[in-house]
Design a protein around this ligand. Sequence first.
Ligand code: ACO
Length: 363
Amino acid sequence: MQKGLKGVIAVETTIGHVDGEQGLLLYRGQPVETLTGTYSFEEVAFFLWYGHFPSPTEKETFTCALKQARSIPPYLQNVLQALPLETDQMSVVRTAISALGLPAYSFKPTIEEAITLTGIMPSIIAWWHRRQAGQPYLPARSDLDHVENYLYMLTGETHSHASVRALENYMILTMEHGMNASTFAARVTVSSESDLVSSITSALGTMKGPLHGGAPSGVIALLDEIAASDGDCTRVLTKKLQQGERLMGFGHRVYKTKDPRAQALKAQLLQTAGDDPWLDLALQTETTAIELLQAYKPGRSLYTNVEFYAAAIMKAIGLAPSLFTPTFSASRVVGWSAHVLEQAADNTIFRPDAAYVGSWPQA
Ligand code: ACO
C-alpha cells in the first residue's frame, strides 16, 4: 500500500509529463519554459486542449469564444450577491462554478464547455474581490486579452506590459502539472460519467487546501513574519523547523531537484521587481531555508516549489494574498479540463481497493 498513492501510476496521458529527478515539465512534448514569452495564455490553452498550436484564424475564433464567455449571467450574479460577504474566494469560485452547471452540463464534456469555464473564472474572482472591497463590478473589456483583462477587472486599471507578462507567464507555467491532487480529483469525478462542471468543482475543492493550492498565501505569511522580525530569516525559519512546522513554498511530492517553474518564475521576478527590497527578502529566505532544510531534514531533497515564486510574483504585481489560490485555479482550469476531456474519451471508472485494518467479527 502506498500512502497518498505515492509513485502509483493512475492514468496514461499525452497532456503533460513531470520528471521530478531531472526537473523537467513538458506540455504535450514541449518544455514548459520554452512556451513562456513565446506564446500567449490563449495559445497554450488551445495547445493543451487541441494538441496543436492554433493557426491565425483558429486563434482569432478561440480568443473570441473565450471573450464571449467572460460575462456573468444575471442569475449567477444573484447567487454571488446572496453569499455572506466574509466567504473566502476559493469557496466562492467553487460555489459559482457549481451553480453555473445548473442548466445543461452532462457527460461527455466538450472543449466548448472548457472555454466557458476558463473564460468566466477570472470574472467570478474579480466580481467577488470587488464586492469584498466595496467596489462595483467592472464589465470585461473586449479589447484586452485574457490575462490583461483579468488584471483590469480586478483593479479597474490597465497594468504595465511587464506586470501583464509576469502574470501571463505564471499562468502558463501553472496550467498543467500531471497527476496532482486537484487534477486527479477532476478525473475521478468525470470517471463516473459525471460532467465538466462537477469535475472542476471537485478540483477547486481540492485546490483549496494548504498543502496544494493554498500554499502561496502561506508563503506571504512566512515572508511577512520574517520582515516583522527585522528580516532575521534564520531565527524565524529555525524556530518553525524546531517546532515541526512545514515551510510553505518548499518541498514537492514529485520534484526532488529544483522545480523548473520556480526557476522560470524567479528569472521573471528578477526582471519585473528590479531592486524591490521585498525581492531581496524572498531571495535571502530561499537560500536560508534550503540550507536549514538540508540540516533539519537531511536526505529529503527539499527545494523551492512553484508556490514560493508565484507568491513573490503576485505580490510584486500587487495582487492581494486572497487572490493567489484563485488565480492559480484560473490557470489550472485549463489543465483540469484537458484531463477531464482525456479521461472521458477513454473512460474507466476509478475504484481502487482499500486494505482493511479494522476489527473482525468475533468467532
Ligand atoms: N518544510 C519542512 N519539512 C518538510 C517540508 C517543508 N515544506 N516538506 C516536506 N517536509 C518534510 C516532512 O516533514 C517529512 O519529514 P519526515 O520524513 O521527517 O517526516 C519529509 O519532508 C517528507 O514529507 P512528505 O509530506 O512525505 O512529502 P510529500 O512529498 O508527500 O510532500 C508537500 C509534498 C505536501 C508539497 C510538502 O513538501 C509540503 O507540505 N510543503 C509545504 C506546502 C507547500 O509548499 N505546498 C505547495 C506544493 S506545490 C503545489 O501544490 C502546486
